[in-house]
Design a protein around this ligand. Sequence first.
Ligand SMILES: *Cc1c(COP(=O)(O)O)cnc(C)c1O
Length: 392
Amino acid sequence: MPNAFQPVNPPARVLLGPGPSDVAPSVLRALGSPTVGHLDPMFLQVMDEVRAMLRPLFGTTNDMTMPMSGTGSAGMETLFVNLLEPGDKALIGVHGVFGGRMAEVARRCGAEVVTVEAPWGRALDPDDLMAAAKAHGPFKVMAVVHAETSTGVLQDLAPMRAIADACGALLLTDCVTSLGGVRIDLDAHGVDAAYSGSQKCLSCPPGLAPISLSDRAVKVLTTRSHPVQSWYLDLNLIANYWGGARAYHHTAPVNMNYALHEALRLALDEGLEARIVRHARHAAALSAGLEAMGLSLPVPPAERLAPLTLVGIPDGVDDKAVRGRLIQQYGLEIGGGLGKFAGKAWRIGLMGAASTPRNVTLCLAALGDALRAEGFSPTGDGVAAAAEALQA
Ligand SMILES: *Cc1c(COP(=O)(O)O)cnc(C)c1O
């Protein structure tokens, strides 16, 4: 019987959703390089260099800094499953989908979870966290999402260490959408454990989850009273592959690590400060354009997350029709709303290689067209407003 299956032939989209983001051509080339053995001396060097390049992006000197094999959620699961034991208590800030996911993962580790919430589209109030820390502590772990991709909110980490200290907790953060797009200072902010993902502001395909643990967190991990429930994610075992004895644990996704190596190299080449400024500039231009068109941005300016902009869907406009038109006419992907924002807001990402003036202009022009097709007339010229913001 003839084989009816054709090779996969993906279109070249412009990925302005919540991730994955556009992948730089040299990262795709790295992915296609020859596969070597996962203990090949050449690959061991790649592993060491990936670890070394991740540290400045995380703003840390933590020795235990490396990518886990899996997407961002695997990074999340890794930290909770390694740092929590059944019966431990965890204090978790929830201001969107990913905070909710952390609480769920912590519960599945057998932890007793106390949550502190913020309205969707707002940052957590440090006073609320402090009150919970004092009322319900001590806790083993306190966790907050740095960059809430479900709502487009950036959480200030500066006040968090004092709150974690008030309840004796390790401080854990989700940096999936901040790594490579927003400044992260794990050491300066006293963060003990953080995880990220390869496919947001690093502009690498999905598949790796960089993590970093302070010495204090490593001590908790090495002095556990029960073995880590997950064999695959047990950092005591994995640390012996990524460092130390280089003992086989699982086969690292070799080519994905080439890709991450190249993505990190591009980030350091650009310069972290320049990269952060670039994300901020293009997000500001996009916001200026959206507001000029008469669209609402639900997140207050001081709490906005540059790599992801939340924009309200005008009354009477069909969410799916607009997103469908953007894909069909322009090959452009933006994200739908999640949770409480489902059908009510769009999420526009300008992450990594996708954060360009060209994409800001394309997105505003295409969105204007799609809105007009749905019967909504923009009140002003978004493209012109963005151009003006870019010149400032
Ligand atoms: C994308 C994302 C995740 C999950 O990452 P996956 O790669 O989808 O597993 C977790 N947290 C935040 C804040 C994210 O944006």
